[in-house]
Design a protein around this ligand. Structure first.
Ligand SMILES: Cc1ncc(C[n+]2csc(CCOP(=O)(O)OP(=O)(O)O)c2C)c(N)n1
Ligand SMILES: [Mg+2]
Length: 613
């Protein structure tokens, strides 16, 4: 037996957990981020101090941001390795709730260790303690329950061992993973207990590759063999499972074109003959044309979000059927599909086997190639518009593309940029495109980019961030500087929320509340985000033309320190049209003519919606 505090035992346990897939072993927890307060400074803080390099500690600037960093890291490591995150009680803890939701919605593992108020309650109410008149066992940490895939509160040291084991099982299960939260009362963290030694033995959590059930596979194969216009839709699961080779082999053997979701972008290199690019509301005309007429749609590792299905308008074939290959049953059963509950790679190999000798007709494959080539010309035009005096955002994307190497990573999350990147980025590596579009959380960009770079320092990481997102969460530039982690950050200044502004306008709401301007006036604000970035310790370069931007970006890429390239763009130039739709309800009654007109268009759009039951 080993006498340790609950916090010391937790840290020792975390330092000894490993994952293994395909015989490759890595640490489940690369370290621990933490912001200390009275809730954890002498508990988990003391334990991390004592543990030293056994579980390396990193100091972020904001609790939400550190979860983003952990998510960026874990996504880059295909969910096989992540970070723990510890906070104090109260606001430090609840700051992590958004990060928890982001992790769970994206199905990315993070371990959250918010401190909790005293289990003994002798000094209650302590600073920052919630006091509900009708209940004494609710704390602010109960906010984590609906956004965590696992939640427990360690009120007694005796609970720790079983809780840690249950938490680790969930976090390493690709079908269940997300935010795993262990709330730790401040007194319990510091309490000593005699723990069984076996708790601290090295443990290897095998991440298996379950194969589809034979009867489901047979049904799927039979269905696909009847298809005349099948379409593969590849999601994040393909990339996490390292199944891109198997996808490519299936596409090459059968000629089925492959469209990509946001998380699945990079499943095929953009110029592969089977690649038709992004699908859905931010898709290519190639993928969306094929989707409209597809009779069998094979989803691989996708959760069929509304952006992917264009709010259930993308698939218009009257008899369209789905096959869903997904490790998570919740996704495999969507759209009344034939469920292939399996690892993406195992499932794709099984499908390839079952479909041996079968392929789509030559005309169909040729149509897909022609449509993809057409879109490529659209992309080239958007990259090189020659717009002035300020450049269009698509030209900024074009220059980032032009200077990037295949293995570089582009990172983004919210604003108009994710949609533009989904349409216009030419991905050449499965890990080259990192857009957080499950939660599309403004503020993920820099913090998440930090995690991406920490996960693979050999790659150049370019963070694309709008002025709105930057203003929400730029402070992790200071963390990047402190950690000696080099990021290239492209800060796109367009004085407000171009994305929501354009959406608002299209819905008859006249860009209300989306422009950063003085109250009642049109003049720009004297806000200097470049100076702000410099104040956080970054090297900063300013550009106002495409040429200047190209020079600045080349300099930023060559730099060894985190460098921000500040560029002003013209928000009035939209990216090329997706010929798609997104369901955003418009007021059914209004005094405004613009709203009434938008409502008519909205009702028209809804007519194409299909229940897919
Ligand atoms: C935390 C959060 N709040 C609100 C939103 C809704 N939203 C999506 S994009 C956006 C504006 C983003 O502005 P900016 O970063 O400047 O990008 P731009 O739209 O100008 O391209 C808003 C408010 C969000 N996605 N995340
Ligand atoms: Mg903006």
């Amino acid at each position: 037996m080993t006498v340790l505090t609950v916090a010391q035992a937790t840290v020792r346990f975390l330092a000894n957990q490993w994952t293994e897939r395909d015989g490759v072993r890595q640490r489940l927890f690369a370290g621990c981020f933490g912001i200390f307060g009275h809730g954890n400074v002498a508990g988990l803080g003391q334990a991390l101090l004592e543990a030293g390099d056994a579980l390396p500690y990193h100091l972020p600037r904001n609790e939400q941001a550190m979860v983003h960093t952990a998510v960026g890291y874990a996504r880059m490591r295909n969910r096989l390795s992540t970070f723990a995150c510890t906070t104090s009680i109260g606001p430090g803890a609840t700051n992590m709730v958004t990060g928890a939701a982001l992790a769970t919605i994206n199905r990315v593992p993070v371990l959250l260790l918010p401190a909790d108020t005293f289990a003994t309650r002798v000094a209650s109410p302590v600073l920052q303690e919630l006091e509900l008149p009708g209940s004494l066992d609710v704390s602010v940490n109960d906010c984590f329950r609906p956004v965590s895939v696992f939640f427990d509160r360690i009120s007694r040291p005796e609970q720790l061992a079983s809780s840690l084991l249950a938490a680790t099982r969930v976090i390493t299960d690709p079908a269940a993973t997300g935010a795993v939260t262990l709330a730790m009362p401040q007194d319990v963290q510091a309490e000593a207990h005699d723990f069984p030694e076996e708790l601290f033995a090295e443990r290897v959590w095998k991440v298996r590759r379950p194969a589809p059930a034979a009867e489901d596979l047979a049904e799927a194969v039979e269905l696909i063999r009847t298809a005349r216009r099948p379409l593969l839709v590849s999601g994040g699961g393909t990339i996490y499972s390292e199944a891109t080779g198997a996808l490519r082999a299936l596409a090459e053997a059968t000629g089925i074109p492959v469209a990509e979701t946001q998380a699945g972008k990079g499943s095929l290199p953009f110029d592969h003959p089977s690649a038709v690019g992004a699908i859905g509301a931010t898709g290519t005309t190639a993928a969306n044309t094929l989707a409209r007429e597809a009779d069998v749609v094979i989803g691989v590792g996708t959760r069929w979000s509304d952006f992917t299905t264009a709010s259930r308008t993308a698939f218009q074939h009257p008899g369209v059927r789905f096959v869903n290959l997904n490790v998570a049953p919740v996704d495999a059963y969507k759209h009344a599909g034939v469920p292939l509950v399996a690892d993406a790679r195992a499932g794709l190999l099984a499908l390839a086997d079952g479909l041996r000798g079968w392929s789509v007709e030559g005309d169909y494959a040729a149509l897909a190639v022609r449509l993809a080539q057409e879109w490529e010309r659209t992309v080239t035009r958007a990259h090189t518009l020659g717009h002035g005096p300020l450049p269009a955002q698509s030209e900024i994307i074009g220059v980032v593309q032009e200077l990037s190497e295949p293995a570089d990573v582009v990172v983004c999350a919210a604003g108009s940029m994710p949609g533009d990147l989904h349409k216009l980025w030419r991905t050449r590596d499965p890990k080259g495109y990192h857009v957080e579009y499950g939660y599309s959380c403004m503020g993920y960009e820099i913090a998440g980019g930090l995690g991406v770079k920490m996960a693979d320092p050999s790659r150049e990481v370019t963070v694309m961030v709008g002025d709105g997102s930057y203003l929400m969460m730029a402070q992790e530039i200071a963390t990047a500087v402190q950690e000696g982690v080099k990021l290239t950050i492209v800060l796109v200044q367009n004085h407000g929320f171009q994305s929501i502004g354009a959406l608002s306008e299209s819905l008859g709401s006249q860009r209300f509340g989306t422009r950063y301007r003085y109250r009642g006036a049109d003049a720009l604000l004297p806000v200097d985000l470049a100076a702000n970035a410099a104040s956080l310790g970054a090297q900063v370069l300013r550009a106002s033309t495409v040429e200047e931007f190209r020079k600045a970006l080349a300099q930023a890429r060559a730099a060894e320190v985190t460098t921000v390239v500040h560029v002003e763009t013209d928000p009035s130039v939209p990216a090329p049209d997706s010929e798609s739709w997104w369901d955003v309800p418009v007021a059914q009654v209004s005094e405004l003519e613009s709203t009434r007109r938008a409502r008519v268009a909205y009702e028209e759009g809804r007519r194409a919606q299909r229940p897919l039951l």
